[in-house]
Design a protein around this ligand. Sequence first.
Ligand code: HEC
Length: 163
Amino acid sequence: MFKTSAAAACAAAALLWSESALAQSDIERGKYLAAIMDCGGCHTPGVFLGKPDFARAFAGSEVGFEIPGLGIFYPPNLTSDKATGLGEWSENEIIAAVRTGARPDGRELAPAMPWRAYSALSDRDAKALAKYLKSLPPIANKVSDPVGPSQKAEAPYLSVKMP
Ligand code: HEC
């Protein structure tokens, strides 16, 4: 009897350990994907001003992208801050935005966010990436709202010609 319950406890502990090890390796994988997919290259303050602020990596950009005819779009804060970042987004909502450009409010993300290229991401990698973003410590930083094509921008922006 003792032997059986000890064995069961060991098995349960091993399972718990392997599950947390798996979650950890997902986050590691997500970190790697975020690096090679250059999320921080657009979503980090200062990058387009020549002074990347790595202490606030992924906290959003003060410089937007102008898509002629569509408007100006600022790469938002991807950290887990609830008010200004992705803190209130579920993993599935992050995955939908990255792979299909669909925001939870139904707006389609402008093509300055390369979601069409990211649509090829596998389920497993998309999940790992979302888990990594959810694991980022919250940094409060509200980027400018998108600006319509006929509105005047208050914040700096780059003009892009998309194919
Ligand atoms: C070339 C620049 C660029 C790169 C690279 C990029 N993004 Fe974006 N991203 C943007 C812009 C610009 C927007 C805002 C688009 C809009 O508002 O329509 C955006 C929006 C988003 C959103 C929606 C957030 C919100 O609050 O609406 C998410 C999530 C996101 N990006 C995640 C990522 C991830 C994850 C990566 C890396 C895998 C990444 N982005 C790489 C430019 C980029």
